[in-house]
Ligand binder design. Structure first.
Ligand SMILES: [Cu+2]
Length: 156
């Protein structure tokens, strides 16, 4: 092959192979430059730990049987976030938080804070419990026990 033929082959290689590869790379990556780190925004999801989880008694839950404690299933971890707050945001009826089942060996939360059966929380009231024994704690609102029920699972 003479020099002119070699040059022609070189041009053909560039046009037929190198350029399509480069164009393909740009199509896929958007640039010939290296892809830099992701700088987008997003929302973290999952069941992480927080200092004091809050359970809401939402507005209307005194009448609306489709509502409940929010959330009604809670996981706590001793030493990380085993304190939980219940906040009453409803003005349609009094509520309370009454434990119906607690783990063996746990102090009954119902005896805390001078709470008698059918004590009342009103809009803006809250109660806080620190649970120190692992296990399952079932609770309800005694005034609306058919639809206001929840469970706390405490792990060590
Ligand atoms: Cu209630």
């Amino acid at each position: 092959m003479g020099g002119g033929a070699k040059a022609a082959v070189g041009i053909v290689v560039i046009v037929a192979i190198v350029i399509p590869i480069l164009l393909g790379y740009v199509l896929v990556h958007g640039s010939l430059l290296p892809v830099s780190q992701n700088t987008g925004t997003g929302t973290a999801t999952g069941t992480g730990t927080s200092s004091t989880p809050t359970v809401i008694m939402p507005q209307g839950v005194g009448n609306d049987q489709s509502l409940n404690f929010q959330p009604s299933t809670i996981r706590l971890v001793i030493g990380t976030n085993n304190t939980i707050e219940f906040m009453d945001e409803d003005n349609t009826a009094p509520h309370n938080v009454w434990f119906t089942s607690i783990p063996s060996g746990a102090t009954n939360p119902n005896t805390a804070a001078s709470q008698a059966s059918f004590y009342q929380l009103h809009q803006g009231d809250s109660v806080t419990y620190t649970l120190t024994v692992p296990g399952t704690y079932d609770f309800e609102c005694q005034f609306h026990s058919t639809w206001m029920q929840g469970t706390i699972t405490v792990t060590s």
